[in-house]
Design a protein around this ligand. Structure first.
Ligand SMILES: C[S@@+](CC[C@H](N)C(=O)[O-])C[C@H]1O[C@@H](n2cnc3c(N)ncnc32)[C@H](O)[C@@H]1O
Length: 346
């Protein structure tokens, strides 16, 4: 109960303006509408068209992805679905783009660039995480306060800071979150104790992984407000960054005491990743983190996530818990719209 209240306390600022969730939705919706307007969708759908018409006319090959797009537009009342056809209810003007106040320049550019990749994706051409969605914009994006808050919420939801041993951050991106986690343990004096924590960061994207490795000491010193020499002196305790895939973790069975992941499962095959995370976890080990479980993940955000080869998209919490239990978890709990979760292995 206290852990749930703690997690809520971290994320409540995200919800303090009741318009914030709406603003995020309208911003992503405007990007989607403008992208498909440029593609010629709404002129073509002045007359009712079937999915097959759309696929033939635009040369699309990916039926499930097209259906997700159409469903999102129908849900928002932008398209009308009637007798197996889709049409507009009149001309559709360019939507105004109003960036939400919680976003920074990096994430705005990531989202804008991602939408340019949609026509190709509908033709079956995927992108990779930082291909269309430029690595350096992700580096900026991951500095956002919202990532910091949801990470803190995940730690408050669990007893992770009371544990020690080996710790893996799956999908650590530019490592700024890993550096923050290292800082939580540093503040507890763990690195000068007899029972330290050894942190590993695993990232799929080689550019982000290199940034994580190269900038760890700078990030840790900035986040902790301590001189760089203090961080350098603890070199043997610095995280080890590894390039790899969440679905096939390059670690032995039962190697980790804790595995953490934040906003990563929807980018990969979540079932395989869950199974492999449970494989590398020791009995009694803790798997925790954050995931925007279905239906919290905005459908328009899911559309840009699905641009990525191998992305699973929005995950149902019940499915996630089921996969974890089948892979050996004894308990699985979650809380808050940030989707903080904790899973303990038998
Ligand atoms: C939204 S970012 C979150 C980064 C970090 N966890 C944080 O909270 O700051 C998602 C990250 O997952 C990584 N990712 C995507 N697919 C992956 C996979 N199959 N295996 C490992 N990492 C993956 C991306 O490259 C990206 O760095």
């Amino acid at each position: 109960m206290l852990s749930t209240i703690g997690a809520w306390a971290e994320i409540i600022w995200l919800l303090t303006s009741k318009d914030r969730v709406k603003m995020v939705h309208e911003y992503h919706q405007a990007l989607s509408v403008n992208a498909m307007r440029r593609e010629g969708w709404f002129d073509y759908m002045r007359m009712p068209q079937t999915v097959e018409d759309l696929m033939d006319h635009f040369g699309y090959t990916d039926f499930p992805y097209l259906m997700k797009f159409l469903d999102a537009f129908v849900h928002d009342g932008i398209l009308i679905r009637e007798n197996g056809t889709y049409r507009t209810n009149g001309p559709i003007a360019e939507y105004p783009i109003n960036p939400p106040d919680i976003f920074n320049a990096g994430i705005l550019q990531v989202h804008a660039d991602a939408l340019n990749a949609v026509p190709n994706r509908l033709k079956g051409v995927y992108t990779t995480f930082s291909d269309e969605m430029n690595t350096f914009n992700w580096d900026d994006t991951l500095q956002l306060k919202m990532y910091d808050k949801i990470r803190k919420a995940a730690f408050r939801f669990t007893d992770a800071l009371k544990r020690s041993g080996t710790f893996l951050d799956v999908g650590c991106g530019n490592g700024v979150g890993t550096a923050a986690i290292w800082g939580y343990y540093y503040k507890k004096g763990v690195f000068t104790s007899n029972n330290p924590v050894k942190i590993y960061g695993l990232e799929y994207d080689p550019n982000l992984m290199q940034i994580a490795d190269a900038e760890f000491a700078i990030s840790a010193s900035r986040l902790l407000g301590v001189d760089r020499s203090v961080i350098d002196a603890l070199k043997e305790h610095h995280p080890v960054f590894v390039q790899g895939n969440a679905e096939e973790l390059p670690f032995e069975d039962e190697f980790f005491d804790m595995v953490y992941t934040s906003q990563v499962l929807h980018w990969c095959d979540a079932k395989k990743a869950t199974q492999d995370i449970l494989r590398v976890l020791k009995p009694g080990g803790l798997f925790f983190g954050t995931e925007a479980f279905y239906p919290i993940l905005d459908p328009h955000i899911e559309l840009f996530i699905l641009l990525n080869e191998g992305a699973y998209g929005a995950i149902k919490k019940e499915d996630f818990f089921q996969w974890a239990k089948e892979a050996g978890a004894s308990t699985a709990k979650s809380a808050t719209p940030a989707g903080v979760f904790k899973v303990v292995k038998n």
